[in-house]
Structure formats: C-alpha cells, structure tokens
Design a protein. Structure first.
Length: 76
C-alpha cells in the first residue's frame, strides 16, 4: 500500500474520477497500484500521460501523476 496525497480530484460521468496525485515514495504511478489518502483506499485504473514530454518529465521528478482512480475497500 503506497502513501500519496490527492492534490486535485474531478468526477466525470463518462470517465469516472481523475485525480492529480503526489506519491510520497518516489516511484512512478502504475495501473493497479493502491494507495491510502485521508483514511480511504484507492486503486489506480489508469495513468494519464501528458501530451508534452517536458511536463511528463517535470511531474515525474516530483512524483506527481494524473490517474483514473476508484475508491475501494480497505484491506484487512
């Protein structure tokens, strides 16, 4: 279970929830990763890749990624 901070979260009727997430472990975001934030558990359904490689590089250096997420039950 990774530790992360949700910087921004938007809900879309067709795409679900897209969030800008800062991962605290320095590793890149990956599909099926799970993380905790403010007592809730989330699963990454997909990672949104920016159109600019410069933005991708800068965000990855800071551990920030845009992801499609789903709130899931906390593991025991």
């Amino acid at each position: 279970m990774r530790k992360a901070i949700i910087l921004k979260k938007d809900n879309y009727s067709r795409m679900g929830t897209i969030a800008t997430i800062k991962f605290l472990d320095g590793k890149p975001a990956g599909t099926a990763d799970t993380f905790m934030f403010e007592g809730s558990c989330y699963k990454i359904l997909g990672v949104v890749v920016p159109s600019s490689s410069e933005i991708l590089w800068n965000n990855s250096l800071e551990g920030i990624y845009d992801c499609r997420i789903l709130e899931v039950e906390k593991p025991d």
